[in-house]
Design a protein around this ligand. Structure first.
Ligand SMILES: [Zn+2]
Length: 147
């Protein structure tokens, strides 16, 4: 990786993180199909929740622009916003893990976040998504609005 000269160590670290995220996003250009998405959710449930979260359906939706993901625990269905497509894999995984956790614990109480601690990239993924929302709101970047 080519690092611009005269960067402080902290700047260099930020640069490396930024470039790695950018690379990850490029690798993720190939969009997962709904079947692959279901398989991925099953794998994540196995890894982080001993397979206790068992969604009946996991799919992309295009009508969800204010939330990254949602679920209907009674039906066991999980929906992910198509806006996540092209984001780094760990971010998509975080949203899946988040919705899987809702099949076990409704709401965002302490119990819920304790479950999410099992996923090691929770904080980083939340930071990434907050950054996307913040960038969306920048008045001088109208093109970032997406839809
Ligand atoms: Zn939630």
């Amino acid at each position: 990786m080519l690092i611009p000269a005269r960067m402080s160590e902290a700047e260099e670290q930020r640069w490396v993180t930024f470039m790695l995220d950018k690379l990850a996003a490029q690798e993720n250009k190939r969009v997962l199909g709904d079947t692959e998405l279901s398989e991925r959710a099953a794998r994540l449930s196995e890894l982080y929740f001993d397979g206790r979260a068992r969604p009946t359906s996991v799919r992309w939706v295009t009508n969800q622009n204010t939330r990254w993901g949602s679920c209907t625990p009674a039906e066991g269905s999980i929906r992910l916003s198509h806006r996540l497509q092209g984001m780094p894999e760990y971010v998509v995984d975080y949203v899946l893990v988040h919705e899987l956790a809702h099949l076990l614990v409704p709401g965002h109480g302490a119990d819920f976040w304790r479950l999410l601690e099992a996923y090691p990239r929770t904080e980083r993924a939340r930071g990434y998504l907050e950054g996307v929302v913040a960038a969306d709101r920048l008045p001088h970047l109208p093109a970032a609005r997406g839809e």
